[in-house]
Ligand binder design. Structure first.
Ligand code: F0G
Length: 469
């Protein structure tokens, strides 16, 4: 079908049985024919793709050009859906890949890298996607944009609106299920913030309904343009490794937009012969929000070339509803029941010989403290990637000599309450459901020390801390 089109870029339903295509200037968050997810796709034979990824390095020489400065748009030939004059950028994607020995010891591998996406302007990886969604919103002339969020998507959409003034924003969040750092951002950036009684899934169902009715531009990850921007994390990981793929990329899984985008990026790069092998992908669920794990690892549901077992998936969700099961985890960012990008994620797992694991809240908080002790820190959901890598290493799935990239999706200051509660051993301060449960810490609790306002007492505390200094 693509060959009949004249444009380089278009939208395409991911279902091989449907495969319907649409112009990039149409606004859809599902296929109008079959209800499936949409991709942004390209006629790569007519796109101006560089012969080697190394050619992108030339962009660093002219970083005054905002498109070259952006960690997303300096790879624009790999997401060529927007004319340059439509691009909306706020300097997203200035993130780094760092080797980290301490976290490597914790995980059990010598070649451990952390990709710090928390260094984005709004403090999470969402800015990679929101620059692309905002660009598309501008292309179609949207005046009002919306999203549902566990906090980071809303912070990101709100910062793009407040910085560019191109559109106004309304965000839907589950009541009481959002970390304060994130809620404070949406408020500061001037978004209309609707706290919906219920959780993320309830908020998402509502925002979809409202956007359909009122023709508001929806920026959740069912928006295929947003996921195009999120491919850029993969490009920057490769750049950090001198354009060599690592053995593993490990990423937390919530609504499964990021893992889906990573898979798409890698499939495209291989097809374009810009990389010669695919890394393996590990997606990590919180144990209390384990839909992907249940379906993929327990029930063996696979993408299967696009013919996955939809009945099995439907039966799983029916059972979830029948039992009244709802996701519950301290890692509030990934507290999601029905990940909307499930099928795209299954596609990514198939291409990248993927695995899915769960980690407990205790493992997440321990891993988070380890990351914090060894670098810039991250929020709980991000630490699931490190905890998951540790688990896969202990199972022998990740080998000691493998190179492993854990994507740290959000900044440490997004959820300071979780951090302080962990260190001061008051887990019920994070989530009343944990009262009396206790968090078993194997890692790095660093209790605050209370001292009288007295010089001798302060000096004594210093001596206890660093006796040899
Ligand atoms: N890590 C963080 C810090 C997140 O905020 C999210 C998702 C994820 C991981 C999971 O990524 O959905 O692509 O699998 N946060 C969304 C939000 C749901 O509303 O901010 P995913």
């Amino acid at each position: 079908m693509a060959s009949l089109r004249t444009e380089v870029s278009f939208q395409r339903c991911i279902s091989p049985r449907c495969g319907a295509t649409f112009d990039v200037c149409e606004v859809h968050t599902a296929c109008p024919h079959c209800g499936g997810l949409l991709d942004v796709d390209y006629d790569w034979d007519r796109a101006a793709v560089p012969g080697s990824l190394r050619e992108f390095e030339q962009r660093w020489a002219d970083r005054r050009d905002p498109l070259n400065f952006s960690g997303v748009w300096r790879f624009r030939e790999l997401l060529p859906f927007a004319p340059p004059q439509s691009v909306v950028t706020i300097g997203e994607g200035q993130t780094i890949l760092q080797p980290n020995e301490a976290v490597g010891r914790y995980v059990g591998t010598r070649r451990l890298y952390l990709q710090y996406e928390g260094l984005n302007p709004s403090g999470s990886f969402k800015d990679n996607g929101m620059t692309a969604a905002s660009t598309h919103a501008r292309m179609i002339g949207a005046r009002l944009a919306a999203c549902a969020s566990t906090g980071n998507t809303s912070a990101s959409l709100a910062i793009f609106a407040s910085t560019t003034r191109l559109f106004r924003v309304v965000v839907f969040v589950g009541s009481g299920r959002i970390a304060f750092g994130k809620l404070s951002q949406a408020l500061d950036y001037g978004a209309l913030t609707l706290q919906i009684e219920g959780d993320f899934d309830d908020a998402l169902a509502r925002v979809r309904e409202v956007c359909r009715r009122e023709r508001i531009y929806l920026c959740n990850s069912v928006n295929p343009f947003r996921l195009e921007g999120q491919k850029a994390t993969v490009y920057r990981i490769l750049e950090g490794l001198n354009w060599q793929p690592p053995d593993w990329i490990v990423v937390p899984g919530g609504n499964l937009g990021n893992s889906s985008a990573f898979g798409k990026a890698l499939i495209e790069l291989k097809r374009l012969q810009l990389i010669d092998r695919l890394p393996r992908l590990a997606v990590i669920n919180a144990a209390g929000a384990a839909t992907l794990f249940d379906l993929y690892e327990t029930h063996g549901v696979r993408w299967n070339g696009g013919n996955c077992d939809q009945h099995r998936i439907a039966a799983y969700f029916e059972e979830m509803d029948r039992q009244g099961r709802r996701a519950r985890t301290l890692a509030s960012a990934i507290e999601i029941n029905r990940p909307v990008n499930l099928l795209k994620c299954l596609r990514a797992l198939e291409a990248c010989d993927g695995v899915v694991r769960t980690v407990t809240d205790e493992e997440i908080l321990d891993a988070k403290a380890c990351v914090g002790a060894g670098g810039f820190g991250c929020e709980p959901a991000s630490a699931a990637a490190v905890a998951g890598a540790r688990r896969l290493r202990s199972e022998g799935v990740i080998a000691a000599e493998d190179s492993v990239v854990c994507v740290l999706t959000g900044h440490q200051l997004k959820d300071p309450q979780a951090t302080v509660a962990y260190h001061s051993s008051a887990p019920d301060a994070i989530d009343p459901a944990l009262a009396g449960r206790g968090i078993r810490r194997v890692g790095h609790p660093n209790r605050p020390v209370t001292v009288p306002n007295d010089l001798e007492a302060i000096l004594a505390a210093l001596t206890r801390f660093a006796p040899d200094a």
